[in-house]
Design a protein around this ligand. Structure first.
Ligand code: SF4
Length: 257
């Protein structure tokens, strides 16, 4: 397995097409993203895959890129510490205890709990009804043939959307509440972090609601199980609008222009 060097990494970041921070508040669905050529994360991943395209063990470690990035980041931090004569030793323990407390606080915020409840409920629903959904769709296709194909395509895309965003929503709401509770909201960086993360949560909520509505249209007999999920999504949606109204007008770098 080959690795990107620190210089490779820094050279990739010098690409003038890159929009700084675009990857911070996106939905991480790279295969559907129209901004890949502006994204340093995507460009770095591509470069890593390219140098490893002929390596026989390339697919053995799914965390190889992450480990490579971690090493580079660590080395960059050490360079900075050396440049600014800053001692990095001895701070790890304090920071990790503090981070653990902050993680718990963020997890207990009502908005994070809603995101987590939603994620768990979707997981249970999809696991419990996966066969039913697949068999019903297959039966419809046999009965109605080609006429059913476009409906089934929409259904498939709706399930993909639901799966993708249920994990993302829980993670993003947790991150946003961590920022809200622990950082100084008057700082520009914190505001970007809070409203950028809430904006992608808001979009995830909207898209999930639309996707569930399409699933409900196809499976009206599952109303009792789907409606509570829509209610949870609506609560998240309204809480963001009412409690953090700046989210709606916030423009994420490169994504809301
Ligand atoms: S901006 Fe697009 S390419 Fe970059 S991480 Fe986000 S989804 Fe992927």
């Amino acid at each position: 397995m080959k690795k990107l060097s620190k210089d490779d990494f820094l050279n990739l970041r010098r690409n003038p097409e890159i929009i700084p921070g675009i990857h911070n508040y996106c939905d991480r669905w790279c295969e559907k993203c129209p901004k890949t050529s502006h994204c340093s994360v995507f460009i770095t991943e591509e470069a890593f895959n390219e140098i490893n395209s002929k390596e026989p063990d390339a697919s053995e470690n799914p965390f190889a890129l992450m480990e490579n990035m971690f090493e580079i980041t660590q080395s960059l931090i050490e360079d900075m510490a050396e440049k600014h004569v800053f001692d990095l030793s001895g701070i790890t323990e304090d920071v990790s205890v503090q981070a653990e407390n902050e993680f718990e606080q963020a997890r207990n915020h009502p908005l994070s709990r809603k995101g987590n409840d939603y994620f768990k409920a979707v997981d249970v629903l999809l696991k419990g009804n996966g066969n039913y959904f697949a068999e019903t769709a297959e039966r419809q296709l046999m009965i109605f043939g080609e006429r059913e194909e476009s409906k089934l395509l929409t259904l498939k895309e709706s399930f993909e959307t639901i799966r993708w965003y249920c994990t993302l929503l829980a993670a993003k709401l947790h991150r946003a509440m961590g920022t809200y509770l622990d950082d100084d909201i008057d700082e520009e960086f914190t505001r970007d972090e809070l409203f950028g993360t809430l904006k992608v949560s808001f979009i995830a909520t909207q898209r999930s609601m639309v996707a569930w509505a399409k699933v409900l249209e196809y499976f009206p007999d599952k109303e009792d199980t789907i409606l509570p999920l829509l209610v949870t999504l609506e609560q998240i949606y309204k809480t963001i609008i009412i409690t953090f109204p700046q989210t709606i007008t916030y423009k994420r770098p490169g994504l809301d222009d």
